[in-house]
Design a protein around this ligand. Structure first.
Ligand SMILES: [Cu+2]
Length: 300
């Protein structure tokens, strides 16, 4: 019915515009009648009030019509709600983890990404979980939204019908990095998607580190382009001079491997001046830590 970027877009818009249209019609009718009464029955034209006589037909009309309208709105709402809550059996599943403050998408073959890539015209079921607090995954272009709640699984589904890139927001206030908890849905032609899905990432320690930085959610708080987020940017980290506060004492530190390693292992012991001490402890093996440190050197 409406141009959209997923089937759910049209369904939700249909219910929404139906209710808006009825509301507008009612507003116009009520306003016209109100103005008419104001004019027709004002004191100058009508000094003596009259007793209102019973009118059964009028009472039936104003009971039946609004009831029918309300039920028709319920009908559209229900049918479309049922549609967006019932994933087709052949939907592909992507597991989603919301965490402070980034999204992680995991595919059936174990592939992980901080962007949600999906094939065009195929139903996709998102199984949502949270690693910490309540988050909420919202894709405005598809008109779908669902909470990620710790300790339980929730779900969403959609079928994108236009190639493109669409925003993902977190719509449950989840702490200091909430407004940076952004991602994208990338709808790709099937062949292109299949190629991406089958491709394994390039090897090497730096590539491994880059992958970990995405998967572990580091990029939720640290940019790689120099912009300031919840934490300092990774750009030019190596060799940068930072003022840190340790046990209430300020000191200057030149960032090197040792400092980065130490900081990731025991965050917030040294507090980087100008930033809140909110970095979580990330579970990493020694090898993973080495890979991340190696990768961070390359972000210039
Ligand atoms: Cu969130």
């Amino acid at each position: 019915m409406f141009a959209g970027s997923a089937i759910s877009t049209g369904k939700v818009d249909e219910s929404f515009f139906y209710i808006v249209a009825i509301s507008v019609v009612l507003l116009v009718i009520v306003t016209i009648v109100m103005l008419f009464f104001l004019f027709r029955y004002n004191r100058k034209r009508h000094p003596e009030p009259e007793a209102v006589k019973e009118a059964l037909w009028l009472e039936i009309v104003w009971t039946v019509i609004p009831t029918a309208l309300a039920l028709s709105m319920f009908y559209f709402g229900w049918v479309n709600f049922d549609f967006i809550r019932t994933p087709p059996k052949d939907a592909m599943t992507v597991n989603v983890i919301g965490r402070e403050w980034s999204w992680l998408f995991t595919y059936d073959n174990g592939k992980q990404s901080d962007l949600l890539r999906v094939p065009l015209g195929k139903p996709v079921k998102l199984v949502l979980a949270s690693a910490d607090v309540i988050h909420s995954l919202y894709i405005p272009a598809f008109r779908i939204k669902e909470d990620c709640v710790p300790g339980m699984k929730t779900y969403l589904w959609f079928n994108a019908d236009e190639v493109g890139t669409y925003d993902i927001f977190c719509t449950e206030y989840c702490g200091v990095g909430h407004s940076h908890m952004l991602s994208k849905v990338i709808v790709m032609p099937t062949a292109e998607y299949d190629k991406w899905y089958a491709a394994s990432e390039a090897g090497g320690l730096t590539a491994e580190g880059k992958k970990l930085v995405q998967e572990k959610g580091c990029l939720g708080c640290h940019s790689t382009d120099g912009s300031r987020q919840v934490g300092p940017t990774f750009k030019g980290l190596q060799g940068r001079v930072e003022t840190v506060v340790t046990d209430g004492k300020e000191r200057q530190v030149t960032v090197d491997d040792e400092f980065v390693e130490h900081y990731i292992k025991r965050p917030n012991v040294d507090i980087i001046k100008g930033y809140s001490p909110v970095m979580p402890v990330i579970a990493l093996t020694e090898d993973e830590l080495k890979a991340i440190v190696e990768y961070l050197k390359t972000v210039k």
